[in-house]
Design a protein. Structure first.
Length: 479
């Protein structure tokens, strides 16, 4: 056995083990304080990947559950309105039956029934037009409006909602667009002639400010190098620089009035004017679609609310997005389609998990229109026996149509949405349990480990203290 004082191996061993225990003790404290077994990727890389995927699914399920609840409320709103329409139709049928009793009613009484019937029909139309879920109308035929592009070369997107030009969109048809003004980019052409040496021109010392970003030259830099620096920052400045053989040309990256250029050249190296500004032009188009007022046109303008000059909108939130190829003034052309059909709901956590509900146009002109030639609910009268008989047939058919629609809504709510909501709840519960088993800490196990490491840490400190005093035994050899 040898005795050394320069290197205390026992103390180094105790310190190493104490450090390892302290490290594990710190991890255990973190797990107990957060309640998580995996706090960072280093704790369990594979487990982190799996649990993050589960968390993404759980978040999707949470939103899907909310979507289902919103869809149920949507359906309840429509069904509640239809319930009132059913009541009004039953009152209308009573009036038709009463008006046909001409043996006891005089002309004034029959006219009173006619007036009341007209009031009922107006109420049905009011319900059809005004029933809304938020800002979305449900029973005027616009609830399932979907628009899509048929000219993908010139149009990137078309979005037409339920209201256009102040009228309701409730029928399928084409979207016709005529671009009357093409959008332009802001452009500034420098006034300094650099044609003598071209891109090899040495730019004198100076300061340039491009849309608030400052660039400086020291008098030794070539024009090519300076333009490269400008263009390397194009993502921040929003401006691209080029050389046309004589002058420097600045052009905004985006189209429209919101894409501006402000260029300051303190020494007049590229532009003798010093400070120059420019703005682009927004595109303008006339868009025509079919509404309750027939073919309806509206002006769409780019650049609204900070949009690009190629994204054109109207005052009702409808929009079209031009491609660069489509940014050309020209003749009107059919570029899109509107499909009036089913309202779509995302009821699952993944792509493609959607369902749809068709809510037809409930205006009186569309009710009871297939039983008496030339007659519908909006045209019925009860001022004669024949009119009253026809009115009864039309009203009875309208009652059937409304009842069928209510049944479809009820079936959608009960057998699709409510059933799916229960399934989503079970899926979320089990997925959360799986994610928890991977990510969450087992507190009982961690407390056991915590206690063990706490004792080992205290023991290690005591042993380290003893190991540090061991070399003092060498002193006894010097006495």
């Amino acid at each position: 056995m040898s005795f050394r004082i320069n290197n205390n191996i026992e103390a180094m061993n105790a310190l190493r083990n104490l450090g390892r225990v302290s490290f594990e003790f710190g991890k255990t404290v973190t797990r107990l304080s957060t309640g998580l077994r995996i706090v960072t990727g280093a704790d369990d890389p594979a487990g982190l990947i799996i649990s993050e995927n589960f968390r993404a699914q759980i978040a999707g399920l949470d939103q899907a559950i909310q979507n289902n609840q919103d869809a149920i409320n949507y359906a309840k709103t429509a069904e509640g309105a239809l319930d009132e329409v059913s009541r009004l139709l039953k009152d209308a049928r009573k009036l038709a039956v009463a008006a046909n009793n001409t043996g006891t009613l005089d002309a004034a009484a029959i006219q009173a029934n006619q007036n009341q019937l007209r009031s009922i029909i107006e109420s049905i139309d009011r319900i059809a037009v005004q029933t809304q879920f938020g800002k979305k109308k449900l029973l005027d035929g616009s609830a399932g409006i979907v628009s899509h592009v048929i000219d993908a070369t010139n149009y990137a997107a078309i979005n037409i909602g339920g209201t256009f030009g102040g009228f309701t969109v409730n029928a399928s048809g084409t979207v016709t667009v005529q671009v009357t003004t093409a959008a332009t980019r802001a452009t500034i052409t420098g006034s300094v002639d650099l044609s003598a040496s071209g891109l090899n021109t040495i730019i004198g010392a100076g300061t340039f400010v491009v849309n608030g970003y400052t660039f400086q030259t020291d008098g030794t830099e070539s024009l090519q190098s300076l333009l490269n620096r400008f263009n390397n920052s194009s993502g921040q400045t929003g401006v691209t620089f080029n050389f046309n053989g004589t002058n420097v040309v600045m052009k905004s990256n985006d189209y429209g009035s919101n894409a501006t250029i402000s260029f300051t050249d303190t020494a007049g190296r590229l532009n003798a004017a010093g400070n120059a500004t420019a703005a682009g032009v927004d595109a303008i188009a006339t868009v025509t679609v079919t509404t309750t007022n027939g073919a309806t046109s509206a002006t769409f303008t780019g650049g609204r609310n900070g949009d690009s000059g190629l994204r054109l909108t109207d005052t009702y939130g409808n929009s079209i997005l031009l491609t660069e190829a489509g940014n050309v003034a020209g003749a009107a052309a059919a570029v899109g389609r509107i499909e009036a059909g089913s309202a779509q709901f995302q009821i699952g956590a993944n792509a493609g998990q959607t369902v749809s509900l068709s809510l037809t146009n409930l205006l009186s002109s569309n009710l009871g229109d297939d039983v008496v030639s030339g007659e519908n609910l909006s045209t019925i009268k009860v001022t004669s026996t024949q009119d009253a008989n026809n009115a009864l047939l039309v009203i009875e058919r309208a009652i059937e149509q409304v009842a069928e629609l209510r049944g479809n809504i009820g079936n959608f709510q009960r057998n699709v949405l409510e059933s799916n909501l229960r399934s989503l709840g079970v899926a979320r519960e089990n997925l959360t349990a799986t994610e928890s088993s991977i990510r969450d800490a087992d507190v009982a196990s961690e407390v056991t480990t915590f206690t063990k490491l706490q004792i080992l840490q205290q023991t290690g400190l005591a042993v380290l203290a003893q190991a540090n005093t061991a070399p003092q035994a060498v002193l006894s050899l010097l006495r």
